[in-house]
Design a protein around this ligand. Sequence first.
Ligand code: NAP
Length: 267
Amino acid sequence: MNKTYRFGLLGYPLQGSRSPDLHKAALQAAGLAGEYRLYPVEPGDIKRLEELLAHLRNGNLDGLSVTIPHKQAVLPLLDSLSETAHAIRAINTIYARDSRLIGENTDAPGFIMDLDKQGVSGRTCLVLGAGGAARAVVSRLKTNDWEVTVAARRTSQAEALVSEFDLSGACRLDSIPQANFDLIVNTTPLGMIPNEQSCPWEGDFPTGAFVYDLVYKPPETLLMQRARAAGLRTCNGLGMLLEQAALAFEMWTGYPANKDAMKRALA
Ligand code: NAP
């Protein structure tokens, strides 16, 4: 009998997630049967995380994606991490091998693959936020020779990233220095539904910067609207979402992910 794959997403909140569309399209294009379900798990609900991970360990699930706010919280519940995930200390993908749970980070390669596709060039970058996604983003920017400054509402969190990844500087989100950044990356959930009216940026933008918002719901965030009104190029996080999902799908199934089909599912 043909296998039916069972995947899912752990996070909170999950309304508006496009991950099911992406993975269903990839399954269909590969001629595989399966499903991708949303598992909302409130922040701090370790018991529920453990329950769902047990399903992965015993083979009732074939793969789990992890999103805000669990990318770091889930680490102590895993048996091992890939080299990438170990360096970043945050994961977004889990699979089981011989009943052992392995954490992987496909956000990092997914982000840099999409940044390349956007044709972004430059040297100086400001990353807004210092959580799980920020760790993936700064690790790849650093290995691609960007000078990275991190701004977070808790300076201590930004400073920790600076010392861990040997970055250029840290500051508070509400007192960003006037500087000519070539790239601004938002990794906070500000602007994401249900908080569409929030924005991580006040005031003028650096001339000529590219604004990359990891948020993709709504497709154009307030940050992107403001940047576009100031004449800047922008993109949302859908390209990164697609790339990281394609990598996860290939890891879970061993089949190539049809990115054209996945892209059509997002349209
Ligand atoms: P996370 O680990 O919880 O980190 C979020 C970061 O944003 C932390 O630094 C947090 O600071 C900060 N933050 C949260 N609420 C804030 C607020 N109201 N004001 C200022 N700062 C705030 O979450 P994550 O997993 O990194 O995800 C962050 C965002 O990126 C989410 O919107 C997620 O959907 C998006 N994302 C998109 C993709 C994609 O493929 N497009 C991939 C990954 C993530 P505190 O620690 O002080 O709360």
